[in-house]
Design a protein around this ligand. Structure first.
Ligand code: HEC
Ligand code: HEC
Length: 393
């Protein structure tokens, strides 16, 4: 216990209910205490509920469509969509590795400068890519197919596969209501990406021990809440308290859906830097596939308002996506360059953060936390509780 103002909620409950045991009827069977203050509880409750309501992407007319998801799943694992016929989306986004590749930096036809993002709960994002260079999941799915360093395909190649493979051709007809043979290659490329998006919408994570804890707090069922390990409780208090992690990692997905600078070096090699969000904004605005373009299936419901607003200000240089913190136990290594191998290393990074490394000119929200060994272990325990247990194969 760090301060006398902390309420031992459960202990208090025991004392209060002692007096009117019969009328209250809530017998506290354990004497262990919940280590949280009311304001901490209120802040923890903001990280839920989970799962979030299913979201339909209005800009994608096959969002939520089962045939499209089935087509998308086949395409996702299909290496024929690459120039050398060896690279599929799943080469880098492997479901067995938490939809990543387990490497620090990805490699397709060539090596990339960035870590492969996981696709868990991806449809909840507002921006896509570590630099937010796309405003929809389907638009982001076009990039890797065409990128010469990733799959190196062309619209003609994608169109040929959709037309000539009988199974894909039939699924396309069912999902889109027209024959692939009557569509031109560019439209087929976009439709393939919209199917890939319909599939990726199904990649979600289940309820975690944190979610059970959080819901118990909301119901004021402190006895159930106390099943959550004490170390994780202390970690949660640190996360929403002195650690100020929730300034950026907020809400049920533990992200504000924006970009920031967490003090990770942005050098990609000798003389090279990754401009992050700065370059992402330029690409977003120039993309023919953004929400302001003709491929948006419902401009009235998915307006692209935010896309029209973003500006390439200097402070966006070296900023990267604030990632969701769900299911991290499967997605190491961490950060945009994969430079931190374990959650322990990430917590150490925040504990000893080097402010000279914050390159954005905004006032940094971060400062070295100088955590004790116990506090670091607690924070790691808390971060792990945001994942569901991983089944062994
Ligand atoms: C060569 C490895 C590689 C291949 C192949 C690949 N990706 Fe990725 N993917 C990445 C990397 C690296 C990132 C991080 C993106 C960035 O900012 O550059 C990423 C990011 C993403 C994201 C953004 C996730 C988010 O939360 O913003 C999506 C969606 C995605 N990929 C889908 C796909 C799809 C669909 C395919 C196949 C058409 C694919 N990827 C093929 C490496 C790959
Ligand atoms: C100022 C906003 C901000 C604050 C405050 C913040 N983070 Fe982050 N966090 C980020 C950004 C941005 C990244 C990605 C950085 C990068 O890729 O270079 C990140 C990355 C992470 C990652 C890696 C996730 C992954 O998939 O790679 C973890 C874990 C994490 N933060 C935990 C924390 C914890 C714990 C705290 C509190 C001690 C915290 N963050 C405070 C912005 C923030």
């Amino acid at each position: 216990m760090k301060s006398a103002t902390r309420v031992w909620v459960l202990a208090a409950l025991v004392f209060v209910t002692m007096g009117d045991w019969a009328s209250n009827g809530r017998a506290a069977e354990t004497s262990s205490e919940l280590l949280l203050r009311d304001d901490e509880i209120a802040r923890i409750i903001r990280h839920g509920p989970w799962p979030p309501p299913r979201r339909v992407d209005a800009s994608n007319r096959v969002s939520g469509n089962m045939s499209a998801a089935e087509l998308g799943e086949l395409l996702f694992f299909d290496p024929r969509l690459s120039a050398n016929r060896q690279i599929a989306c799943s080469t880098c986004h492997d479901p067995k590795l938490g939809w990543t590749d387990g490497k620090a930096r990805a490699g397709g036809l060539e090596r990339l400068d960035r870590n492969t993002q996981s696709l868990f709960n991806v449809s909840g994002n507002r921006w896509f890519g570590l630099d937010g260079r796309n405003d929809t999941l389907w638009a982001h799915s076009i990039g890797p197919m065409l990128d010469s360093r990733e799959m190196g395909a062309t619209p003609d190649l994608v169109a040929k596969i959709l037309r000539e493979d009988q199974i894909l051709n039939e699924l396309y007809q069912t999902a889109f209501g027209v024959s692939a043979n009557d569509r031109d290659p560019l439209d087929l490329l976009v439709d393939a990406a919209k199917s890939l998006a319909a599939f990726q919408e199904t990649i979600t994570t289940g309820r975690t021990s944190f979610d059970i804890f959080r819901d118990a707090l909301e119901r004021e069922d402190y006895k159930a809440a106390n099943d959550y390990p004490e170390s994780a409780q202390r970690g949660a208090a640190l996360f929403v308290g002195r650690g100020r992690c929730n300034l950026c990692h907020i809400g049920a997905r533990f992200t504000n859906d924006e970009f920031d600078d967490a003090g990770v070096p942005y050098f990609t090699g000798p003389g090279g830097v990754d401009p992050g969000r700065f370059e992402g904004i330029r690409q977003l605005r120039a993309s023919p596939y953004n929400l302001l373009g003709r491929h948006n299936d419902s401009p009235e419901n998915a307006s692209g308002w935010a896309t029209a607003q973003v500006a390439q200000t200097h402070r966006t240089f070296g900023q990267f996506k604030v990632p969701s913190l769900r299911q991290l136990v499967q997605t190491a290594p961490y950060m945009h360059d994969g430079s931190l191998k374990t959650l322990q290393e990430v917590v150490d990074h925040y504990s000893n953060i080097d402010l000279d490394r914050i390159h954005s000119d905004a006032t940094p929200l971060l400062a070295p936390l100088n955590l004790t060994e116990q506090e670091r272990a607690d924070l790691v325990e808390f971060l792990k509780s945001l994942s569901t247990p991983v089944e062994a194969d």
